[in-house]
Design a protein around this ligand. Structure first.
Ligand SMILES: [Zn+2]
Length: 340
């Protein structure tokens, strides 16, 4: 089967977005940051999915999408901790409704109620709720809740450790995923996202996080940012920093997805990175929604690029299914319970 590890609910019904605007306005005015949530019917949710993600999943020939709230609107830098907490719960609850309506097509991954300067331990409760009560299989962890200012500690700092302990205990991975950029130097999806992917990888090289957490699993999206292209630089830096080889130091714990929107990029990813570290992902209806005039296909139709690779059927099965089942053990359990 074909598992897309990277999908966001970018087409959520409008009342959900309106609620967020009301919340932000209330915060500014010093009012209630958790106002009453609108009634959104199952039919509204169904329509928002059937016309969009489900249509494309069928057209492109995938089976299942690991689905999380829209990343660019997590906007952890907006408001304060209470604002982030209330918004995050609404977003995760909406994902749960999608999963319940389409249990064979979507599994949930949660947003976290991060907020700049707030201890990441405050996000543990929502992770537990989403995994234990909503049946989610992972989380999106924002390495820069400030939205482009990078004024918090690096991902390898001990401040993050309580959260990693809980991830290991629950046996869920995190996708390292920033949100919107409030720094005009960094376009959100064109610069901030790719910067963050690259930055996270370098942070992992500099420290010994995976010595402390040998079972921690992290997905760096968007093909690992600039990392595969600059693989020699990172191997060389690891050597200069007197760290072990990257395959032992980082690549037992780090995975890249295939959200790279052209064939040469995917070719390079597979040439440089071991197949066991690559998960199929498309982030469809996300950052780049148009049609590539050079190919006539959607930029984010990444299955085409993987299909075109000259690799064995076994390797393709790993990328499309096997690796995802290994990285998300709770997904494997859900699928087995469904007889898949
Ligand atoms: Zn994403």
């Amino acid at each position: 089967m074909i598992i897309d590890c990277h999908g966001h609910y970018t087409t959520a019904p409008e009342p959900h977005n309106v609620w967020r605007e009301v919340q932000k306005a209330n915060f500014k005015a010093g009012g209630n940051v958790d106002p009453a949530y609108p009634d959104i019917s199952d039919d509204e949710i169904r329509e928002s999915i059937e016309k969009n993600q489900l249509r494309l999943i069928k057209e492109r020939g995938a089976d299942l999408t690991v689905f999380s709230p829209r990343a660019s609107t997590m906007a952890h830098h907006v408001g304060d901790e209470a604002v982030s907490k209330a918004w995050t719960r609404r977003c995760n609850d909406l994902i749960k409704r999608v999963v319940d309506l389409f249990p064979e097509t979507f599994v949930g991954v949660c947003q976290l109620p991060q907020s700049p300067g707030v201890d990441i331990a405050h996000s543990i409760g929502e992770l537990e709720r989403c995994v234990n009560e909503l049946g989610f299989i992972g989380c999106n962890l924002n390495p820069d809740p400030s939205g482009g200012m990078w004024n918090g500690p690096p991902l390898t700092d001990k401040a993050w450790y309580p959260f990693y302990e809980k991830m290991v205990e629950l046996d869920v991975p995190a996708m390292v995923h920033v949100s919107g950029s409030c720094n005009p130097n960094f376009h959100a999806t064109g610069a901030h996202y790719i910067n963050a992917d690259t930055t996270a990888f370098m942070q992992f090289i500099q420290a010994d996080l995976f010595k402390d957490f040998p079972d921690l699993r992290v997905i760096i999206p968007h093909g690992g940012g600039a990392v595969p292209y600059h693989w020699g630089r990172y191997r060389g830096l690891a050597d200069m920093l007197k760290k072990p080889l990257l395959r032992d130091h980082v690549m037992k714990n780090v995975y890249f997805d295939t959200c790279v929107y052209h064939q040469p990029g995917i070719d390079l990813l597979f040439r440089v990175i071991d197949t066991k570290n690559i998960l199929f992902g498309s982030e469809m209806i996300g950052a780049v929604r148009g049609i590539d005039p050079e190919t006539g296909n959607y930029f984010d139709d990444t299955k085409r690029y993987v299909d075109a690779l000259p690799i064995s059927a076994e390797d393709k099965a790993m990328v499309f299914e096997g690796n995802a089942r290994r990285v998300y053990p709770r997904l494997d359990k859900i699928l087995k319970a469904q007889g898949r």
